[in-house]
Each structure stands twice: as C-alpha cells, then as structure tokens.
Ligand binder design. Sequence first.
Ligand SMILES: Cc1cc2nc3c(=O)[nH]c(=O)nc-3n(C[C@H](O)[C@H](O)[C@H](O)COP(=O)(O)OP(=O)(O)OC[C@H]3O[C@@H](n4cnc5c(N)ncnc54)[C@H](O)[C@@H]3O)c2cc1C
Length: 521
Amino acid sequence: MIETIPVLVIGGGSTGTGIARDLALRGVPCLLIEKRDINSGASGGNHGLLHSGARYVASDMEAAVECRDEGDILRRVAPQCIDDCGGLFVAVPGDDEGYIADFPGLCDRSGIGCKALDPQEARELEPVLAESLVAAYRVQDASIDPFMLSLDNMAHAMELGARVRRNTRVTGFDIENGCIKRVRCCDDTSEREIIIEPELVVNASGAWAGLVAAMAGAQIEILYSMGELLVTQDRLATRVINRLRPASDSDILVPGGAVSILGTTSVRIDHPDLCRPSIAEADAIIDDAKAMVPLLETTRYIRAYSGVRPLVKSGNAGDDRSVSRGFALIDHAHDGVENFVTITGGKLTTYRLMAEKTCDLVCAKLGVSTPCSTQTEPLPASEKAMWTEPGRAPRTWVDKKSSTDLILCECEMVSAGVIASIVDNMGEMRGRSLLKAVGQRSRVGKGPCQGGLCGLRITGHLYDSGRVTDHHGLHELRRFVERRWRGFAPVLWGASLRQAELQDALYCGMLDLELEDESAS
Ligand SMILES: Cc1cc2nc3c(=O)[nH]c(=O)nc-3n(C[C@H](O)[C@H](O)[C@H](O)COP(=O)(O)OP(=O)(O)OC[C@H]3O[C@@H](n4cnc5c(N)ncnc54)[C@H](O)[C@@H]3O)c2cc1C
C-alpha cells in the first residue's frame, strides 16, 4: 500500500499535533503518523503546568520570556484547555537565601509578574503550605490539559483536511539523491507494511527523535531524562505551588482538575522505552516535598507516572539540569538529507511556538508563503476532546436526567452515553485497545479505583454493544489493567494497597486474567 502526501509528520504529541494544525491552517496537506496513540509520549506524561516563566528566570531568561509570551497566547486562543488558577513560589528554612533575594528582580527583568506575599497571607490562600514558610511570591502559573490540547489540535487539523494514522510506526527511510523518497511504516493493528511517499518529512517524535533521525542517517545527540510524577486522591491546593529554589526534584504541585500532581525528578535513562515510575523515586519525591506541604507525607496517592525529556546535547553538560530545556529545530539538509527536519525538546508551554518555527521552515522549503496564524486563530473546542475535562461527564449526566444512561465509571461518573460518544468520534482508529483509547480521551481509570471497577464494567458494556467480541474484550481489559498497574505499583500503601488487593481478587481470583493467553486474541 503506497500513500503520497506533501508533508509527513512523525509523532502525535503536542508538537506533532500542533504542527499538523499549523500546516492545515496554511493550506498544506499533511499526514500525521503516531506509533501508539495521541499523547503517548511526554505529552501524556508531564506535569500539565502552563509555565509563567518564573521557574526559569535564574537559569534561562530566554526560555522564561518564551513561556511568558506563549502562556499569554494560549490563554487567548485555547482557554478551554486551561485552568487559570495562578501560582505561588514559596521557600522554607534552609532554601538558598541568595536565590530568594534575587527572584523578584529577575522576574521583573523578564517582564514576569511577581508579587511578594507575607508568608501568613500565602498560608491563608493555600492552607496546606508549611507553617515554617520564609518567603512567598504570587505568579501567573496555570494548569493545562495536555490531552484536550492535542486532541483539539488534531481535530481542527483534520477538519481542515489533515489526516492521522494512529498505531503506525516508522520503521525506515529509503533515501535517493539526498532526499527521503519513501517512508516505510508498520500498521501495528493489521501488521501490514505501509509505504508513504512524502515531499517533506517532519520528525516530531520527541525523545525518540534521535532514533528516527538515525534511520535517515542523521545524528542527533540526545540525553534521556526521565521524570516521575505522583497523583494525589484530592486536589490539595487551588493554585500551582512551586518551591522557590534552583530547579530540583519534587518542586512543583500542580492542580489537575480534582487531583493534584506532585513532581518531578530527573533520572538519566539509556533509552526512552525504559521509562517507568519506581517506588524509590516516589518515596524520594514525598520525602523532599513534605517540607513545602506537610500533608504530602500522609495524603493518599492514587497513581505514579513518568515521562522522558529529550535533552539535546550541546557542549559538555555536567548534569541533566544544565542541558538546555529549550527546543532544537534541525534542518537535516546539513546532514545531506534535503527534505527532512527534526523538532525536539522544548516544553508543552511552548509547543505552539515550536510548531510555528517548524512550519515556517517547512513552508520555506516547499515554497509556501502563507504565514502562521496560530497566535490569533482560536483553537476550536472539539467533541473528540471534551470528555477529558474533569467534572464534565457528571454535569452532563445530571443535566440529562436520563434513567437509562448507566454510570460505568463511578469515581469520575462517566456514563455509557459518554463512552458511546467517544467510540463513535474515534471512527475506525480503534488500534490495539479500544478500552485504552477510551481512557486516553476521558476520565475513565483516573479516579481512586484506577480502572479496577470501571475497566470491568466498560468492557462488559463494549461486549453488550457489540464493539468487542470473542477474546478481544478480555484481552483489552488485561492490557488496560496492566497499564494502570504500572502506575499503581509504586504507591502501594494504606488505602491504595487495599484497593489493589480488591483488584487482585477481581482480576485474578474471579476472571483468572493472569492466565489469559495472549495468543487467544
Ligand atoms: C516528567 C515531565 C514533566 C514535564 N512537565 C511539563 C510541564 O509541566 N509543563 C511544560 O510546559 N512542559 C513539561 N514537560 C515537557 C513536555 O511534556 C514536552 O516538552 C512535550 O510534551 C513534548 O511533546 P512532543 O510532541 O515533542 O513529544 P512527545 O509527546 O514525546 O511525542 C512524540 C511522539 O512520537 C511518537 N513516536 C516515537 N517514535 C515514533 C515512530 N518511530 N513512529 C511514529 N511515532 C513515533 C511517540 O509515540 C510519541 O507519542 C515535562 C516533561 C516531562 C518528561
């Protein structure tokens, strides 16, 4: 099977989906391919902090200003994805006094709003803060829903003519006369090979960018820095809380709808596929962060997850925090491959700017003069993304007052009607697990049961509605539970441990799922 397309975008994270939309708005047809699902990489494994820039004022003023400007743009064009909750930077005894003293001046020089608060005033705003606070500043941080952002970008791109293939992995390039002539891909659902003949290829594969570039004979030296995050059962604070110290582990608590997300760490790994949350990191995060918010020592954690930052190496970086967290846009004409560009690194906060710069380069190569319009063109809220919003499913269910629309996920109150709407909106692209794809597009599996109860009910519903048959449903359930288990395992104490024992009884005791034969599916 051979497909031709002007631009092929590799990678369905925030950068790739942002590029697809930017190109579509400029009238350039593109196909986006993603080896798994939208936001399967770092875009689905991050803190969800829309940086005000204050975190970078001391280490990288350029990045700080970029974050400030991009945050302002996203608030205007994509308000549906943002909880504009504000943020605090707080210091506790022992934190670097020089850093604390310099912070307001550096914010001022970067044009980043920062207001000094009396520590007591900060504690009135956020009662979970430690009594021992020694300094506090208010900044304009916010939280952003990365899933809604990428799904909205992809939906708008598709409305404008872009195409997407999920579960499709690039496996190689055929190079002729210094250009990529053919891209070889594998459709992981059908296991068929697909050949794509593009005019130009954009490598937006995040931490995998070096591995993809190497298939075209180009070299990008990338360090892989894994970060772990912990999800609390409740939302502990209204605002983002940052530790006022040079970037370190366990510095940030971000509200994520009804929960709070605590992190992160920076651990070097050898390959992006080796990214897994661990018990040791979970313990270390809590141990460190409790000085800022004592409740973090005793609160219930429902899940851990992790993501990989691709740090593009330049010079002799001592440790991972000294390597630039800015983005790298590479024109591989310098490596002898004319129609190939890579964009990697950066932040979720700056994804739009990364997409703009990439599309400027792509359009220059293709001779397209239409300018970028994503700074001003509102990102439409799509039906494909709406169910990632915490609280939307229960509100809709209550408003509808339908006695026949059963609640399938009780933690997040997601009904059968919502599941049907998500599946219908996905079209044919179910991939290898419909249940997992539903989880990616909704709050299913995000509450305290972590999919333990709703996974079972939704699978039953998918069987009842004929969307899964034979062994497929059970097989999908097993994959879903395995995936959730990966996040559950590092936080197994107290109530979460009891919840896990219930899951064990359900899935192994009743369904014998540990015995399910992979080959049966
Ligand atoms: C722990 C952590 C916390 C973070 N917190 C924040 C934060 O709070 N705020 C912020 O602004 N930024 C944050 N970031 C950074 C942010 O998450 C990333 O900059 C951003 O998500 C990168 O998006 P991306 O699309 O470039 O890469 P990714 O999201 O990694 O997307 C790359 C995609 O390419 C796909 N792919 C790879 N190989 C292939 C192939 N061969 N064929 C097809 N597809 C392929 C992958 O499956 C993946 O989906 C954080 C990062 C980490 C790791």
